[in-house]
Design a protein around this ligand. Structure first.
Ligand SMILES: Cc1ncc(C[n+]2csc(CCOP(=O)(O)OP(=O)(O)O)c2C)c(N)n1
Ligand SMILES: [Mg+2]
Length: 373
């Protein structure tokens, strides 16, 4: 079920690094390329293309607000997904959102904000999490930025140890396979994670468990390859050309796509999910994405080099006259105001009290506090 959200815009303007300076005259080759891209845009209804642009900006503004919150001393740590919007937003739009195995499960890592934004998460909920407020609905103010948990949308708690989500995802996928075999309504399990984390055993376990002959799982294994694991480059760690190639040994359908192109991502994700639902078999797709603010606040959270999927998409929309120049700047300013207001609200709220430290550690709080054994 796709979530359709309206595109709002206000006239307030905010200064942003200006769009690419006046270009040289495009060569014939470049013009042909631009036309080819325009044709790709036309594959989706215009309102959906604009909705995607809107959500990508909405997500980026939130991430930049989270970074400001951290830098202002209102949070201990930031980690997030600026640069992954062209993958995360289509994923959120295509997820069948709901609670229980009849819907899709999301086992996300800490770069999942674009997906949550596309699913309808309000700014305030993300900002309460990074500010560790008692009102934080994901963790009660007890975890890092971007460690979301939305039981009613099957967004299982994001963990800090990397890649464990690939092992956990097997569980929901197995439950969904069993339902499917009984002809009960059943969704798909979706897991996201980084390239470096694919070196962990959990990733290998995921490939093995999802492809057991006769017991193949309805699981969408995705890797967001930003070519870095903190400060270790992909090129120095991976003998395999693509992370996705590892799936081939298990007979898993694999793909490598440009995750900085929201249209390409959209159709890839849509096709992959359709295949998984139809065949009850896994797919492994690797999305090449950018990491635009470094690893986390631990490395400074400053703007880094790299392709910006929002700038690229904006240029395509302007070139094909979907939006006027300045449209994105206006949108940006509107969301910036919204994000500042949300931060002001969260700042005024209290942190968790010490008597809540054991809440939600075990089901129903049973035996949670070892001092009361
Ligand atoms: C099990 C475990 N080992 C190490 C770490 C420290 N750590 C946090 S993020 C990270 C790098 C992850 O890189 P990648 O999987 O490519 O994801 P990215 O951060 O690039 O999105 C590491 C090593 C951790 N959190 N958990
Ligand atoms: Mg990485």
């Amino acid at each position: 079920m796709r979530q359709v959200q309206s595109t709002k815009s206000k006239a307030q303007m905010k200064t942003r690094p200006s769009a690419k300076k006046a270009a040289k005259k495009p060569s014939v080759k470049k013009t042909e390329k631009a036309q080819a891209k325009d044709r790709a845009l036309g594959l989706l209804p215009k309102n959906q293309v604009l909705q995607m642009m809107d959500l990508m900006v909405k997500s980026r503004v939130l991430e930049e607000r989270l970074i400001k919150v951290y830098k202002a001393g209102d949070a201990f740590f930031w980690i997030g997904g600026p640069g992954e919007e062209a993958f995360g937003v289509p994923l959120g739009l295509l997820t069948n959102k709901g609670q229980g195995p009849a819907y899709d499960y999301l086992h996300l890592h800490y770069r999942g904000t674009p997906t949550l934004i596309a699913m309808g998460m309000p700014y305030l909920e993300s900002i309460r999490l990074i500010m560790n407020r008692a009102t934080d609905r994901s963790t009660g103010g007890r975890n890092f930025a971007n460690h979301y948990c939305y039981p009613e949308w099957n967004v299982v708690p994001v963990g800090s140890p990397i890649e464990v989500q690939y092992g956990m995802a097997i569980g929901t996928a197995l439950a969904q396979r069993r339902r499917k075999m009984k002809k009960e309504a059943s969704g798909v399990t979706i897991v996201t994670g980084g390239d470096a984390g694919s070196a962990e055993g959990d990733f290998a376990s995921c490939l093995i468990w999802s492809s057991r002959p006769g017991n193949e799982l309805p699981i969408y294994i995705t890797v967001q390859n930003n070519k870095w694991g903190i400060s270790t480059p992909f090129s120095e760690q991976h003998g395999e050309k693509n992370v996705a190639d590892r799936g081939k040994a298990f007979g898993i359908r694999t793909n490598v796509v440009n995750g900085n192109d929201p249209i390409e991502s959209y159709f890839q994700i849509q096709g992959d999910l359709d295949y998984i639902k139809k065949n009850t078999r896994p797919v492994l797709t690797e999305f090449h994405v950018s990491r635009l603010y470094g690893h986390s606040s631990a490395s400074g959270a400053n703007r880094d080099s790299g392709e910006d999927p929002i700038e690229l998409f904006e240029k395509r929309l302007v070139d094909s006259k979907y939006v006027a120049p300045g449209f994105v700047k206006e949108l940006w300013a509107q969301y910036d105001v919204e994000s500042r207001q949300a931060a002001d609200i969260a700042r005024s709220e209290a942190g968790p009290s010490k008597d809540t430290i054991w809440d939600h550690v075990y089901a129903d709080g049973e035996n949670a506090d070892w001092r009361k054994f």
